[in-house]
Design a protein around this ligand. Structure first.
Ligand code: SD4
Length: 306
């Protein structure tokens, strides 16, 4: 019987691992565990980039993105641009289980949430409003970047997603990804987090992967799908994550920009984990060693010069 394992992004991933691990240890499916982990962070008002108390967009609204996926049947669901609903990972699961669709956005996703009995509430906290006000976007004269090379250089404290990957006792993988996205994003902006194949991808026949960081750069390379396909081709989860970061770096060189802050994490059906990030990302991830929850620093991969 495979030993259950959980891995989650950033130091607040420890909250997720602590909530998810008992679920798989009780013999429940990996997807249940991943969503329980994601929800624990969505509920945590001191985590300023996920769920309740998340980072506000440019007009001060908290707008959430999430997706879930399970590795046995490739069942998946996603929501994006959702306001006033806290448990968006769970909402993404309802999309997967109760609609013929895969992805709902904006007002449609919110109406579906109401229909499914999710409470509507303000997701702003006094801290999130103050943080938005202090660093709200103000117009400043800027020389426009050459067409197609505009690159987001996010402030280290202005983003962070929780992505949770779990392996259950049946040897099946599940994942959940939930975020308020980049701080001060344009209303309507969607990052990688709710996009299957970008922020998350899970396939029992290859492995599970998730991402965090500047979503535009993760989407551009099909990040999580890329990591999973690397594992399918025989790379370990660690090698697969490193190769995805190399691809982000190589593309930045091609486009003549500095690589954005991007990180990947992965888990395979043997319970092996991997994580890597671009330089200056300072990416940490939480995972379990038996019963213990550990916080680890991911390997940074710099631009290769030759
Ligand atoms: C996004 N990837 O919306 C998310 C933000 C994030 O660490 O994960 N930041 O682009």
């Amino acid at each position: 019987m495979p030993t259950p394992a959980v891995i989650a992004t950033w130091p607040f991933g420890q909250i997720a691992v602590r909530a998810a691990l008992p679920v798989v240890q009780k013999g429940r499916p990996a997807l249940d565990a991943a969503i329980a982990g994601a929800q624990a962070v969505e509920d945590d008002g001191t985590t300023h980039s996920v769920g309740f108390g998340g980072l506000a967009n440019s007009i001060g609204n908290v707008s959430l993105d999430a997706c879930v996926m399970e590795g046995r049947t490739l069942g998946c669901g996603a929501v994006a641009g959702v306001e006033n609903v806290r448990h968006v990972a769970s909402l993404a699961r309802r999309v997967m289980e109760r609609t013929p669709h895969l992805f709902l956005v904006g007002e449609g996703a919110r109406l579906f949430a109401v229909q499914q009995g999710f409470p509507l509430e303000s997701l702003n906290t006094p801290e999130s409003v103050t943080a938005w006000y202090k660093r709200r976007p103000r117009p400043k004269p800027e020389r426009p970047a050459p067409r197609g090379t505009a690159q987001l250089r996010a402030h280290p404290l202005s983003h962070d997603t929780v992505t949770v990957l779990a392996l259950d006792q049946k040897g099946s993988l599940g994942g959940a990804c939930t975020t308020s996205g980049l701080a001060h994003k344009l209303p309507g902006r969607v990052g990688d987090s709710p996009i299957i194949g970008a922020g998350l991808y899970v396939d029992d026949t290859a492995g599970a992967a998730g991402a965090t960081g500047v979503g535009e750069e993760i989407i551009r390379i099909g990040g999580s799908f890329f990591v999973v396909e690397q594992m399918r081709a025989g790379r370990t989860p660690q090698e697969a994550c490193e190769n995805a970061v190399r691809r982000v770096n190589a593309l930045a060189v091609r486009r003549g920009v500095h690589p954005a802050q991007v990180a990947f994490l992965a888990l395979d059906v043997k319970g092996r984990v991997g994580a890597a990030c671009t330089t200056d990302t300072n990416f940490q991830y939480a995972t379990n060693k038996g019963e213990k929850v550990e916080l680890n620093k991911a390997r940074e991969i710099g631009v290769e010069t030759r």
